[in-house]
Design a protein around this ligand. Structure first.
Ligand code: C2E
Ligand code: CA
Ligand code: CA
Ligand code: CA
Length: 279
């Protein structure tokens, strides 16, 4: 390894500058997507287990790069955060989600609830609660129909500011969900501090629960906790019938995952909801 040192060093430098250049190019492309019409939205339905009815949908942003094709939000959301684009991107999501939801309602279709992810930078934006309320009002939408999903990692910095904002949102009639529950450092203490309406069990526990009894106990405990605290509970990433059946036995009421529906565009959602409204 030592003898390869010099070459490795050169290669390393070379690849680092490539990486930096790629990142810059990707950032530039994202900027253009945001300025043009390069972003789109998908909706992933949530299902009430007892009735198998669709009880809501989560809004997920999509970006297809002109050359590279679809890029995962797990890549471009952090990129937007690092490059100061997140507030603008988040505002685009909220506005576009409201526009599409109002289109859906105008088509005479009902959807009980819509969930939108908010990142920390959006939560820290000055006047975010007013921005959200104003945007909904512009589209004639009721706050009670909307829920905002936040992760606990977004709460680590400036905790007080974020808690105040969430409080404001709840007072305005919005729901607030704690996303990826159980994966952070202080999940339990946040249950006391945050004005929550919903807990979302992270997919990693759902994946492991049919293989491993510790994960199963964790899921069972979170379900009981939500029940006792009077919170809605959503299990995310449900892919198998076995997971679904186990969740149902454990008293979970709502699930989201590929077993039922993949994220889809508005037209597909409208088709799905009009056929399920009719049946
Ligand atoms: P998330 O909020 O935890 O969203 C759930 C992710 O799990 C989505 O990935 C969804 O497509 C995926 N998923 C749903 N069901 C299943 C399943 O059964 N199996 C598997 N393997 N995956 C499933 P996606 O759309 O790639 O989004 C990744 C993350 O990017 C989201 O995680 C969220 O943190 C972030 N994100 C997406 N859209 C937005 C947005 O509009 N704003 C913000 N701030 N973040 C967003
Ligand atoms: Ca989410
Ligand atoms: Ca999640
Ligand atoms: Ca996640």
């Amino acid at each position: 390894a030592k003898s390869a040192g010099r070459n490795t060093f050169c290669f390393y430098n070379h690849s680092m500058s490539n990486q930096a250049r790629d990142r810059l190019a990707l950032e530039q492309a994202l900027r253009e997507a945001l300025a043009g019409d390069g972003l789109s939205l998908h909706f992933q339905p949530k299902v009430t287990l007892a009735t198998q009815a669709i009880c809501g949908a989560e809004v997920l942003v999509r970006w297809s790069h002109p050359v590279l094709g679809p890029i995962s939000p797990a890549i471009f959301i952090p990129l937007a955060e690092r490059s100061g684009l997140m507030v603008e991107l988040g505002a685009w999501v909220v506005n576009e989600a409201c526009r599409q939801v109002s289109e859906l309602l105008q088509a005479g279709i009902t959807l009980p609830s819509v969930a939108i992810n908010l990142s920390v930078q959006e939560l820290e934006r000055l006047g975010v609660a007013e921005f959200l309320a104003d945007t909904l009002e512009r589209y004639g939408l009721q706050p009670s129909m909307f829920e905002f999903e936040v992760t606990e990692t977004s709460l680590i910095h400036r905790e007080k500011v974020v808690i105040d904002v969430l409080q404001r949102l709840r007072e305005q009639g919005f729901g607030v969900a704690l996303d990826d529950f159980g994966t952070g450092y202080s999940s339990l203490s946040y249950l006391r501090k945050l004005p929550l309406s919903t807990l979302k069990i992270d997919r990693s526990f759902v994946v492991d629960m049919t293989e491993d009894e510790v994960s199963a106990s964790i899921v069972q405990t979170i379900i009981s906790l939500a029940e006792n605290l009077n919170l809605h509970l959503v299990a995310e990433g449900v892919e198998t019938i076995e997971q679904r059946d186990r969740l149902m036995e454990m008293g979970c009421d709502t699930v989201q995952g590929y077993l039922y529906y993949r994220p889809m565009d508005l037209q597909e959602l409208i088709c799905l909801l009009s056929s399920s409204n009719a049946s």
